[in-house]
Write a protein that binds this ligand. Structure first.
Ligand code: PLP
Length: 445
């Protein structure tokens, strides 16, 4: 493949954008390919190369790059009316009503502009509501580029995970292993009176897709109830992707106090949202005393895109289609790995998937351990499935990122370059695309 134009653009970008990009994950090696346009399930780069796309904007694009006609029409009509006003519009009320109607825990919301903003506001709301400072997070979880959650280590020794965050800030964040009820119990025993909230993705989506084991969310729910802390589900990835319109909380039958959204709820435009019980959400100013604000929040074009997106999903076979392709792909991948790389692991659910380059012998995990096993204690492979961030932390990231990702790209398949970030299937993908993808995996492996 020729990438001359991308190389040239990257050269220009390097002199005006830090690292040549606007989000660190896009800085793929040796240089990113620049996208010119999308076409259904494909993207076309600046040199005219075409790739089957499983990045899907890192999750927001439920329909791929060709929007259904009503979605495109809603966007165009709101954009044509002037982009935004700094005053309320009907469309934001309609999207809020739609979300509140479908997502079990949500009675009221506030829209913001990114998943990061949503988790920042949710944490502030939890602290304001409880008058407490500490939040519990999961090791390997991700909640955006914010001070309270860019923390690593464990509950006894939390440390900022990036330069630029004061150590004192990190002391308020208590990381515990996902799927470890004893660790959750212990952190509440020690800090229970100071914990404002437990903040977790219902499925870890930035650590290779780690499913919750049976009972873990229930334990968190109980501990929060017993100690007067809030349970916050970060559904920025899983919202309106896993569990259909009810999201992951509907799939697992757990009702968090607060939920954060992003990605799909904005239909491909910048978005975030914090939802929950009315008495909690009403603590945002001006009805309450927790400050929250945003010039672009509830942007009419975003709201129109989000609403048309979700209404289309409610009226068509969107989730059936993407989830069944997800099953086809994961099952095909399991067969390929069993044959070619039995030490590797297929993970995922609904329309999310990933192959993790787990190492032979180090974990005794096999390709048989897909998402079903992670969920089913009766499965013969259950003990060997990844259940915590640490279980997948030893993966061969170098091999994935330097060799495998490139080999897939060379065959015209665009995957997330990071070993741990999920991939996504859209309504534009077809069974034939999945077969083509499986052949590319077999070849690249
Ligand atoms: N929460 C989760 C679970 C995410 O995966 C992300 C981003 O990928 C965020 C929050 C942050 O969202 P954004 O990048 O829109 O700020």
């Amino acid at each position: 493949m020729n990438h001359e134009r991308s190389r040239e653009l990257y050269g220009r970008a390097l002199s005006v954008l830090a690292g040549g990009v606007n989000s660190s994950v896009r800085a793929t090696k040796p240089y990113p390919f620049f996208i010119e346009r999308g076409d259904g399930a494909h993207v076309i780069d600046a040199d005219g190369n075409k790739y089957l796309d499983y990045v899907m904007g890192y999750g927001p694009l439920l329909y791929g790059h060709d929007l259904p006609e009503p979605v495109a029409a809603a966007i165009q009509s709101h954009a044509a009316d002037g982009p935004m006003y700094g005053a309320p519009t009907e469309i934001e009320v309609e999207l809020a009503e739609f979300v509140a109607r479908h997502v079990p825990s949500v009675e009221m919301l506030r829209f913001v502009n990114s998943g990061t903003e949503a988790t920042v506001s949710a944490v502030r709301l939890a602290r304001g509501h409880t008058g407490r400072d500490k939040i519990v997070v999961m090791q390997g979880g991700y909640h955006g580029a914010q001070e309270s959650t860019l923390v690593e280590g464990d509950a006894n020794n939390p440390q900022p995970s990036t330069a630029g965050i004061p150590e004192e800030f990190a002391q308020h964040t208590l990381p515990i292993p996902f799927n470890d009820p004893d660790a959750a119990q212990a952190v509440f025993e020690e800090h229970g009176d100071d914990i404002a909230a437990v903040l977790t993705e219902p499925i870890l989506g930035n650590m290779g897709i780690v499913m919750p084991v049976d009972g873990f969310h229930e334990t968190l729910r109980e501990l929060c109830d017993d100690h007067g802390s809030l349970l916050i589900f970060d559904e920025v990835i899983t919202g309106f992707r896993v569990g259909g319109l009810q999201c992951a909380q509907g799939k697992f039958g757990i009702t968090p106090d607060l939920t954060t959204f992003g990605k799909i709820v904005g239909g491909g435009f910048p978005v975030g949202a914090i939802g929950g019980r009315a008495e909690l959400i009403e603590q945002f100013a001006p009805s309450g005393d927790v400050f929250q604000s945003g010039t672009f929040s509830g942007h009419p074009v975003t709201m129109a895109a989000g609403l048309a997106n979700l209404e289309y999903a409610a009226e068509n076979d969107v989730y059936d289609h993407v989830n069944s392709l997800g099953e086809q792909l994961r099952s095909g991948l399991r067969d390929i790995l069993a044959d070619q790389a039995p030490e590797y692991t297929v993970v995922g659910t609904d329309s999310m998937f990933k192959v993790i380059f787990t190492r032979d012998g180090a974990t005794d995990r096999g390709s048989q351990c897909g998402a079903g096993c992670q969920q089913d204690p009766d499965c013969q492979h259950y003990d060997h499935c990844p259940k915590t961030g640490a279980d997948v932390a030893d993966a061969d990231t170098e091999r994935w990122e330097r060799l495998f990702w490139q080999a897939m790209k060379d065959q015209g398949v665009f995957l997330t370059a990071n070993q741990y970030e999920s991939q996504f299937i859209s309504y534009a993908h077809t069974e034939a695309d999945i077969e083509e993808t499986l052949a590319a995996y077999a070849e690249a492996l």
